[in-house]
Write a protein that binds this ligand. Structure first.
Ligand SMILES: Cc1cc2nc3c(=O)[nH]c(=O)nc-3n(C[C@H](O)[C@H](O)[C@H](O)COP(=O)(O)OP(=O)(O)OC[C@H]3O[C@@H](n4cnc5c(N)ncnc54)[C@H](O)[C@@H]3O)c2cc1C
Length: 325
């Protein structure tokens, strides 16, 4: 199937847009230029108008807004309405819980396919193929969706660039449905917040069994992560021990992340951990064992006691920031 346009679904929390959605908005422009079509964004829910102000700084032709607080149903309705109005289109969502939820519900409504965890695109005429790692990254597949005017690609966070431009997209208000929300959000669980952290942070500081207990996750590791403006991650050993919640887990049965900097503290680097972080731009391991497996694929292995090294490193980062402030 050939597409003409690209639609980025914008995920936000009370108007604060997730970085993966800004990446989707930027990638929508790149693909739309290759297809000779337009780049659209769809934003819905409470705070949508605030999100629009940010989206105006991104290279979009049109920003469609549904200012109606119907959790996810409103978003799916809005994506469907825009897709049907613009014609053959590829819909980009973040490969996040909400992105995959909205993308798959849209796909079910219009009977199209969805590619998840997309890390690259190939265009040929109007045809778009999605490149995705499978089997924990051991196999790379290239998949072209056929048989529908629409397709959905859930893009892996931190892989595509998010770039602001000076051009402002035209804002189009979508008519309100007048429907009541079928869902009431009563509480936002810690897992969701943790997911926001490790998947979107450009620096992740992860702790493993070598941390010896829960405390370092809220003290020395958190201090280092905070100094970078990053997030705390964990190996499964630390999660299974109950030291930190599963939302922080990196690896085969946790999150797959690609931050600019990954610091593994007291983590041996088992294959199941490696598949979740090996695409990080720079990997630093801190371990008391100079022959630890993670040393084979880390850019830098610092050998020594984490409890001595991490606070010193935090101090260095804070001092460096103070100098550059
Ligand atoms: C099906 C399956 C799925 C899995 N999924 C995941 C997953 O998603 N994520 C994941 O991480 N694992 C996963 N695992 C588990 C994985 O195989 C490893 O058991 C786990 O990653 C080990 O965690 P670790 O590196 O923290 O612990 P260990 O392998 O025990 O390593 C601890 C490290 O800490 C170092 N150390 C100890 N004290 C200090 C100190 N004071 N200072 C510095 N270093 C110190 C040690 O030298 C050692 O290298 C999975 C396993 C299976 C079978």
């Amino acid at each position: 199937m050939t597409y003409q346009h690209v639609i980025a679904f914008i995920e936000h929390k009370h108007g604060t847009i997730r970085r993966s959605s800004l990446e989707a908005a930027t990638q929508a422009r790149t693909l739309a230029d290759q297809l000779g079509g337009k780049a659209h964004a769809v934003v819905a829910g409470a705070g949508a108008q605030q999100a629009v102000e940010v989206l105006k700084r991104y290279p979009l032709d049109q920003i469609h807004v549904l200012d109606e607080d119907r959790f996810l149903d409103g978003a799916v309705d809005a994506v469907e309405a825009v897709a049907k109005a613009v014609g053959p289109a590829l819909v980009l969502v973040g490969n996040t819980m909400i992105g995959r939820d909205v993308g798959s519900r849209f796909a079910a409504r219009v009977d199209c396919g969805i590619n998840a965890d997309v890390v690259d695109f190939k265009t040929d005429g109007g045809q778009v193929s999605c490149v995705m790692p499978k089997l924990g990254g051991l196999v790379i597949t290239t998949c072209t969706l056929t048989g529908s005017d629409y397709g959905v690609a859930a893009i892996r966070p931190n892989v595509f660039a998010a770039k602001e431009t000076s051009g402002a997209g035209e804002v189009v208000q979508l008519p309100s449905s007048g429907k009541a929300s079928a869902v009431t959000v009563e509480d936002e669980v810690e897992e969701a917040a943790a997911e926001l952290g490790v998947e979107e942070a450009s620096v992740v500081v992860s702790g493993g069994r070598g941390m010896g207990g829960p405390e370092p996750f809220t003290t020395i590791l958190k201090d280092l992560a905070d100094a970078f403006g990053g997030a705390v991650g964990a190996s499964r050993a630390a999660v299974d021990a109950g030291w930190v919640s599963h939302g922080h887990q990196v690896g085969q049965t946790g999150k797959t992340i690609s931050p600019q900097l990954y610091i593994a503290v007291g983590i041996s680097g088992a294959i199941q951990h490696k598949v979740g972080m090996r695409t990080s731009e720079t990997i630093i391991a801190i371990n008391k064992d100079g022959n630890v497996p993670i040393g084979e694929f880390a850019d830098l292995l610092v050998v020594g006691d984490a409890f001595a090294i991490v606070p010193e490193l935090t101090k260095l980062v804070r001092d460096a920031k103070a100098v550059h402030a």
